[in-house]
Ligand binder design. Structure first.
Ligand code: HEM
Length: 147
């Protein structure tokens, strides 16, 4: 059991996914709070530090680890072969949308860092739901493999 490389890869993939998603769910929340405080205030400076560390120490490395272990898994089980269904291609479509949300967050973080307020508080409350919806779709596809 413990000497099964495929299960180690899958465990590492899931650990990376959880870390990436934790950051993707938390960052827009920080933007909501950050939008409410005055430019230059002590709270604003604290949010900048929290956002920078969350992006650099958690979100970016976890995203890279998710891709590395995910692609490694896919090659190991020959999941790109059309004979094995189209679920991986559909999943990758949703993961690419997650990647777009990630890139947008990165842009917003840099704008906040420059003391801009890139979007409204309401926008970030709605934006907050996008990673959740994508995550649900991705997990359903990989667990049920409907096609
Ligand atoms: C970045 C590109 C990704 C690739 C190439 C990839 C690929 C894979 C592959 C090949 C498996 C093994 C499936 C099997 O055991 O039959 C897997 C498992 C899994 N992936 Fe991904 N994945 C990626 C991203 C993600 C993301 C973003 C999430 C969640 C938001 C995710 C969630 C999962 C889960 C929960 C499992 C375990 C499913 C199970 O054991 O039944 N993956 N992934």
């Amino acid at each position: 059991m413990w000497d099964e490389p495929f299960l180690w890869l899958k465990a590492l993939h899931i650990i990376a996914v959880i870390s990436w998603m934790a950051g993707m769910f938390y960052m827009p929340r920080l933007f909501v709070y950050h939008s409410q405080v005055a430019v230059g205030s002590e709270a604003s400076e604290l949010f900048k530090t929290m956002e920078r560390k969350l992006m650099r120490l958690i979100i970016n490395p976890a995203m890279i680890a998710t891709w590395v272990f995910g692609l490694w898994l896919a090659v190991t089980i020959n999941a790109f072969d059309p004979e094995n269904g189209g679920w991986l291609h559909a999943k990758l479509g949703l993961v690419l949308l997650m990647q777009v949300a990630h890139a947008m967050m990165s842009r917003y973080r840099k704008a906040f860092f420059r003391d801009e307020r890139p979007k409204s508080e309401r926008y970030f409350r709605i934006f907050n739901e996008i990673p959740t919806v994508l995550m649900v779709g991705i997990v359903l596809l990989v667990v049920f493999k409907p096609f």
